[in-house]
Ligand binder design. Structure first.
Ligand SMILES: Cc1ncc(COP(=O)(O)O)c(C=O)c1O
Length: 397
C-alpha cells in the first residue's frame, strides 16, 4: 500500500460496512449476489447533518407538494461562490429533478430532431442515450489517448462542432476522471462561439477531486448552460435534485418552459432539507470523504502495480471512478467484464459502454470502505489469474 497518504483527524465513519440490501438499491439489489463496482453511487453513510435534516422533516406526518425556497438556491450560490469563485444569481437558476432530465429537456427545447449533438468519448453512457432517445444524432469528438493520458483533439472538435447544434461537456470528465484546465475550457468556448453551438457543462462530479485540487467551473456566457447537483458529492442521488444555470435570458425562458412541460421542475419533499444541509453544513464531511477516496485510489494504484502489472491505472484527479487500461489482455471489455462477473461475482463497468474508444478499459467505482475495496481487488486478481490460466472462452461456456 502507498505509505505516503495517511488520514488525519478522522471524524466521520467511512469504514463501517453499510448493508444496503433490501432497500430497492440499484447497486446492491438489482443483480443478485454480486460485488457491484459499476453504478456511480457510494457505499458510505451520508453526512450526519443530511440525515438529521431528513429525519426532522420526516417527523412531520404530511408529505405533500413542496415548492423550492430561495434557501435552496442560496445554498448553491454560496457553495460555488466560496469554493470556486463562480458567481450565480438567483434569477439565472432553475430547479430540476436531475442533471439528465435537465439535459434531456434542454435537447428538446434547443434542437430539432435529426440535429447533431457533440460529446467527447469515452464518456458517461447516458449522454448517448439521451441524444438518441430524443431522435438527435450523436457526434463524437474522440479524446486522444497517448502515454496513459487523455487530451482533447481540438482540430477534430473544430470540425465536428461545425456540424453540431449543442455540445455536452463532462466537467470533470466521467469516466477518465480528468479535470479540464482553464485553457481547455477557454478553447472549447472559443470553438463553440465560432460555430454558434450552445454548450452544456455537466459539473455533477465537480466536488469530488483529489484533496487540495479544484476543478474549473465553465465560465458563464451567452451560449453556456451549467448543470449542478449535490447528488454525487453527498451521495444523495435518490432525492433527485439539481439546478440549471444560464445567464442567457432567452435560453433561460426556453429551458424553464421545457422543464415545466416535462414535469421536471417539481421538488421531492425531502430534497430541500437534504440539499441545504449538504451545502450549508457538510463541507467537513466532504473534505474527509475526498481523503478517503484519494487513499482508496492509491491502494488500487499500488495493487495494480504490484499484483496486476499488465493493467494500468489511468492517472486522474477527480471522481471516484477509476479507468483501468486492460489493453494488454487483448479482450473486448464486455467479455472481460462478463468473465469477472461469472468467475468472481465482481461487476466492473465495461469500457465499451462509454464509447468505441473505451473498449480496452474497465471502470471501477472505489467509493466504498477499504475492507470492501481490498475484497474487490482480491477478486479482480483471482479473476485475471483464472483468465490467464483457463482462457476466456472455456470459462464462459
Ligand atoms: C456525468 C454524469 N452526469 C449525470 C449523471 C446523473 O445525474 P442525475 O442523477 O442527476 O440525472 C451522472 C451519474 O452517474 C454522471 O456521471
Amino acid at each position: 500500500m502507498k505509505k505516503g497518504y495517511t488520514m488525519k483527524n478522522t471524524k466521520y465513519d467511512f469504514q463501517s460496512i453499510v448493508d444496503r440490501h433490501d432497500t430497492n438499491c440499484v447497486k446492491w439489489d438489482l443483480f443478485g449476489d454480486e460485488f457491484p463496482m459499476w453504478v456511480a453511487d457510494m457505499d458510505f453513510k451520508v453526512a450526519p447533518p443530511i440525515q438529521e435534516a431528513v429525519l426532522k422533516r420526516s417527523n412531520h406526518p404530511v408529505y405533500g407538494y413542496t415548492f423550492v425556497p430561495d434557501e435552496l438556491f442560496n445554498a448553491y450560490i454560496n457553495w460555488w461562490n466560496s469554493r470556486y469563485d463562480f458567481k450565480m444569481l438567483r434569477k439565472d437558476m432553475l430547479y430540476s429533478i436531475g442533471v439528465m432530465p435537465s439535459i434531456s429537456s434542454i435537447i428538446r427545447c434547443l434542437t430539432e430532431e435529426g440535429d447533431g449533438i457533440l460529446i467527447q468519448s469515452p464518456v458517461y453512457h447516458v449522454f448517448y442515450y439521451v441524444i438518441e432517445d430524443n431522435n438527435r444524432r450523436v457526434i463524437v469528438n474522440q479524446l486522444s489517448y497517448n502515454g496513459g493520458k487523455y487530451e482533447i483533439d481540438f482540430d477534430d472538435l473544430d470540425e465536428k462542432l461545425s456540424k453540431s447544434k449543442l455540445m455536452i461537456l463532462c466537467n470533470p470528465h466521467n469516466p477518465i476522471g480528468k479535470i479540464w484546465s482553464r485553457n481547455d475550457l477557454d478553447h472549447i468556448l472559443e470553438l463553440c462561439e465560432k460555430h454558434n453551438v450552445v454548450l452544456i457543462s455537466d459539473e455533477i462530479h465537480c466536488d469530488l477531486t483529489d484533496p487540495n485540487i479544484s476543478y474549473n467551473p465553465f465560465k458563464s456566457g451567452n451560449n453556456v448552460i451549467t448543470c449542478l447537483s449535490p447528488s454525487k458529492s453527498f451521495n444523495i442521488a435518490g432525492f433527485q435534485s439539481s439546478i440549471v444555470h444560464t445567464v442567457n435570458e432567452e435560453l433561460y425562458k426556453k429551458i424553464k418552459l421545457q422543464l415545466h412541460i416535462d414535469n421536471s421542475d417539481s421538488c421531492n419533499v425531502f430534497a430541500v432539507n437534504a440539499v441545504v444541509a449538504a451545502y450549508n453544513e457538510s463541507s467537513g464531511w466532504l473534505e474527509e470523504l475526498k481523503s478517503v477516496l484519494y487513499r482508496n485510489k492509491l491502494i488500487v494504484r499500488d495493487f495494480l502495480l504490484n499484483e496486476l502489472p499488465s493493467l494500468k491505472l489511468v492517472e486522474s484527479e477527480a471522481t471516484y471512478l477509476l479507468w483501468i487500461d486492460c489493453s494488454s489482455l487483448g479482450i473486448p471489455s464486455k467479455s472481460l467484464s462478463d468473465f469477472l462477473r461469472e468467475n468472481q461475482g465482481l461487476f466492473l463497468s465495461p469500457g465499451i459502454d462509454f464509447g468505441q474508444n473505451g473498449d480496452d478499459f474497465l471502470r471501477m467505482n472505489i467509493a466504498c470502505p477499504e475492507s470492501m475495496l481490498i475484497d474487490a481487488l482480491d477478486r479482480f486478481k483471482k479473476g485475471i489469474v483464472d483468465l490467464n490460466t483457463v482462457g476466456i472462452n472455456e470459462s464462459l461456456d
